[in-house]
Every structure is written in C-alpha cells, then in structure tokens.
Ligand binder design. Structure first.
Ligand SMILES: C[S@@+](CC[C@H](N)C(=O)[O-])C[C@H]1O[C@@H](n2cnc3c(N)ncnc32)[C@H](O)[C@@H]1O
Length: 264
C-alpha cells in the first residue's frame, strides 16, 4: 500500500497519462499478477515461447522492440537481451520500481511513449464536445532500418481502454464517436505493425469471457470493437481474473490470439 503510493509519486509521466489512469492501471495489473500468478502462468509461457520462436526467424539481430513492455511478466527479456544488440521496451508508463528488473541488462532501454500517438491530444479535447477526437497515425520506429524484431505484447486491446473510460467519464463525446476512436486506434496499430521492418509478432486478447462456477461461458465481450485480425493465429485462454478476483461468482478470462508471423 505504502510502496504503491511511493511508486505513484516517484514515477515520472505526463499529466495526461497520470490523469487518465495509466499508472494506477499498470500498478493494478502488477498487483493482480502477484495475487494470481499461477493462473497466469500458462498464458505467460505461451507468450514467451511464441516470442522466442519468432525471434529464431530473425537473420539479423540489431534492434528489437517490445510494444507494451512496461511490466515484463510476459517478456523473455534475458533471451532477447542475449540475442539482440539492443532491446527497447516501449510502454506509455514504466512504473518506478520496474527499473530494478532491467538494470542488469546493459543493452535494454525503456522508452515511455504512446504507441497510438493520440493520448495527449485526446486528453486536451476530452471535455470539449465541439472538438473531434484525434486519429491515430503511429510513427515510432517506422523509419528505423535497424529494426529487426517487434513484439506487440498484450497491448492491442488495451489501446482504447483508458482513453474510452476517460471520455465516458467526461461525457462530452457521443458513444458513437468514442467507439469510432476505439476502432481507429486498433486498426491503426494493425496497419502500423504491417509497416515495420523485420519480423513482427502480435499477441493480443480478443474476447472477454465471463464464466460461471459450472465452467459455462455466460457472457462474451468482443475487445476489438468488431474488427478482425488480418490473419488467423494460435489461440489460448488467459485466466486473467479467476473467481473471486473480480466477483464472487464468476471467473473473467480472456481469449488470446498469437500471430507468430504477422507479416508475409
Ligand atoms: C495488459 S498490459 C500488458 C502486459 C504486460 N506486457 C505484462 O507484462 O503484463 C498492457 C500494457 O499496455 C500499455 N499501454 C496501454 N496503452 C498504451 C499506449 N497507448 N502506448 C503504449 N503502451 C500502452 C500499458 O501501460 C500496459 O503496460
């Protein structure tokens, strides 16, 4: 509790990121992992092994980037650091105490960046009903010829989460405009991954499953706002919030898709 408060004070991030709840959310995810780690393990193992298999296809190993790489539960960091000249962990927020995990790797760097390139602009128009919501045109590393490997790791479905919650609280924009923003950031990320140089892996949850004690799925929620992934992939279940983590009668799990070779 006290450490969490201290970490919130020590972590440096822009006002928009803090106000929209990214830091609180990241600390919440890490705390949940600590409570239910054994339930997450099969998902984590899948993420790590798919990343490593994809890495094997890289003929050149200069730069690797991990998009959504702030918390690192699902990243085979030691292997990436041993294989690439440079590894860059990209996340909109890097909670302060996470730095101890990466300190021992001299070729690993953390980059605090919004991969949608919309969050700052969205924050400033979020209470202005007359203002249009920003469109996403991601550019990070697009012009980097040394990029040999990219992993988008449990990030895609998260891209609209904090912005849409913030917009809903602000009540200035219509549900239609908010949903259109969500679809835009997801679609833009998929196109962006296709434009990066080198090998690209996409791992993302695509559906939220509410499951009762008889192991029946009683509700499904599409996390991609009706969009579909450009290719089929390997599917598995992420036991994100086993009962009673989120409620006393249900588990909340995720259907995850991993596309090991995102680009043709
Ligand atoms: C479900 S977590 C990913 C889990 C993480 N890979 C792990 O080890 O548990 C989603 C991550 O995406 C990051 N994120 C959300 N929106 C982002 C954005 N617009 N740009 C960059 N990172 C973002 C969050 O800060 C969070 O760390």
């Amino acid at each position: 509790m006290l450490l969490g408060l201290l970490e919130r004070v020590l972590t440096r991030c822009p006002r928009s990121v803090r106000a929209m709840g990214y830091l609180k959310e990241a600390i919440g995810i890490r705390n949940r992992y600590r409570r239910v780690a054994q339930h997450w393990q099969p998902h984590i193992d899948q993420c790590r092994s798919m990343t490593l298999r994809a890495m094997e296809r890289c003929s050149s190993r200069r730069k690797a980037i991990v998009l959504g790489g702030g918390l690192l539960h699902d990243v085979p960091l030691a292997e990436l650091a041993a294989s690439f000249r440079e590894v860059i962990l990209v996340d909109i927020v890097h909670p302060y105490f996470g730095r101890w995990t990466t300190r021992k790797f001299k070729n690993v760097r953390r980059l605090a960046a919004d991969v949608t390139a919309t969050v700052e602009a969205l924050y400033w128009v979020s209470d202005e009903p007359e203002e249009q919501l920003p469109k996403s045109t991601p550019t990070l590393f697009l012009d980097d010829p040394e990029l040999d490997f990219t992993v988008s790791l449990n990030l895609l479905s998260q891209l609209p989460c904090m912005p849409t919650s913030h917009l809903t609280r602000q009540r200035a924009h219509t549900t239609g405009a908010i949903d259109a923003y969500a679809r835009d950031v997801i679609q833009a990320h998929l196109e962006y991954l296709g434009d990066l140089s080198g090998q690209v892996v996409l791992i993302t949850d695509v559906e939220r499953l509410k499951i009762d004690m008889m192991r029946r799925v009683v509700e499904r929620k599409d996390l991609l706002f009706g969009l579909t992934l450009p290719k089929p992939g390997v599917e598995w279940e992420w036991q994100l919030a086993p009962c009673p983590e989120a409620d006393s009668k249900h588990h909340y799990f995720r259907r995850v898709v991993g596309i090991e070779k995102f680009k043709d």
